[in-house]
Design a binder for this molecule. Structure first.
Ligand SMILES: NC(=O)c1ccc[n+]([C@@H]2O[C@H](COP(=O)([O-])OP(=O)(O)OC[C@H]3O[C@@H](n4cnc5c(N)ncnc54)[C@H](O)[C@@H]3O)[C@@H](O)[C@H]2O)c1
Ligand SMILES: [Zn+2]
Length: 355
């Protein structure tokens, strides 16, 4: 990496599957020497990207790879959740075959969570698994989906139903690319950022409450990645602690389902879900009084004004196969910075109104 670039590194210690996250403004304007180590000299990397991100950052990323001695072959998919499909997956496989991507080859995912999940799953399954480098370009992908090794596509029966755990070899985060992100996508990422503060970091939460919105975003991303890293190291395969990352998500998914994925994006739905979870926690005496108000105020500060009560959500949650029985395991807060998991009966969730 060049001189004078303020780059931070986080190490994800997972034995043979260990890797680094590199975070720095302008990191993509430099040769990506750290990525070149993962591909044989003779091979080109498969650079998977959606068309929108390609037009903005395709040249930058391919130059950055080439500068490190790693030529790449672009493979483009349409933007949007619709590309997490069997059809686009099979298109990627065809292109991998055409370019002769071998066991030692490398897939680079340049884009948001859609590209990362699709390219990641293709990398997980191509020749039983090839190397993957994530270059996330949305705030959501930079703080959440590019870290931790979950990859998936959607099928008619539901989102993320076909997937694999496949840790990347490297994650390269350049916060400067967020400058072109549409405000609503930015806000959606902020919902996950606020989630990290709520479950694990009073300091981050306080910084978001007092700082200038949009200021210090590189530091904020670093703190979110540190939190996710620590959770993933403890629970790589999502059998316990990793569930706390789902704060706001059980209600959030129900909100997404209620409106057929049309009205709210994921982050907005999670914002609505966090308001409900905070209210439920206070009602049950699990969550310190005043927490709902702090969460609600902070969400509004970042243009996340979704307020839904539980009407119509409980029946959706009951239908969800993961929530069989008379109640559901919910991630609730003890206070800002500390999460816990509680089994709550559906009867206690009827008619919950948020502030
Ligand atoms: N694997 C995981 O752990 C995990 C975690 C959370 C979410 N996800 C998945 O992530 C997906 C959502 O990701 P997303 O919100 O990043 O959506 P996305 O990848 O669709 O990106 C959102 C939009 O922003 C555009 N875009 C991306 N970067 C841009 C930039 N820098 N400037 C301008 N436009 C840009 C894209 O073209 C797209 O239209 C969902 O499918 C979700 O299931 C996965
Ligand atoms: Zn989420």
């Amino acid at each position: 990496m060049g001189m004078g670039l303020d780059m931070k590194k986080l190490h994800v210690a997972l034995g043979e599957r260990s890797y680094d996250l590199l975070i720095g403004d302008g990191i993509l304007s430099e040769p990506l020497t750290a990525a070149a180590a993962f591909a044989p000299a003779a091979e080109r990397a498969a650079l998977v990207c959606d068309e929108t991100v390609w037009s903005l950052y395709g040249q930058l990323a391919s130059d950055s790879l080439r500068g490190a001695g790693l030529p790449s072959e672009p493979i483009l998919v349409p933007p949007g959740e619709g590309s997490k499909s069997i059809e686009q997956l099979s298109y990627l496989y065809e292109r991998f075959a055409e370019m002769g991507l071998t066991r030692g080859g490398l897939v680079v995912a340049l884009g948001g969570g859609v590209t990362g999940d699709l390219a990641g799953f293709a990398a997980a399954t191509w020749m039983r698994g090839v190397g993957l480098v994530q270059i996330p370009t949305t705030l959501l992908a930079q703080v959440d989906s590019s870290v931790g090794g979950k990859t998936a596509i959607d099928i008619g029966a539901g989102k993320n139903l076909v997937g694999a755990f496949h840790q990347p070899r490297l994650v390269v985060i350049d916060p400067l690319v967020l400058k072109t992100l549409p405000p609503r996508e930015y806000a959606a990422g902020m919902a996950e950022v606020i989630k990290y503060g709520a479950i694990a970091s009073p300091a981050l939460f306080g910084q978001l409450e007092s700082g200038r919105p949009g200021g210090d975003i590189a530091d904020i991303i670093h703190e979110c990645c540190r939190i996710k890293r620590d959770v993933v190291i403890e629970d790589e395969f999502d059998t316990g602690l990793r569930m706390t990352l789902n704060f706001g998500h059980t209600f959030g998914h129900a909100i997404e389902t209620k409106y057929g994925y049309g009205r709210y994006n994921h982050g907005e739905a999670v914002a609505g879900g966090m308001r409900i979870a905070a209210r439920v926690g206070e009602m049950l005496g699990v969550t310190e009084a005043g927490t709902e108000e702090r969460i609600s105020r902070l969400l509004s500060r970042y243009d996340l004004d979704v307020r839904e009560n539980t009407d119509g959500l409980i029946s959706i949650m009951k239908r969800d196969k993961k929530a069989a029985g008379a109640g559901v395991n919910l991630v609730l807060l003890k206070n800002i910075g500390e999460a816990t998991i509680k089994y709550v009966e559906y009867a206690a969730l009827e008619k919950v109104d948020v502030i």
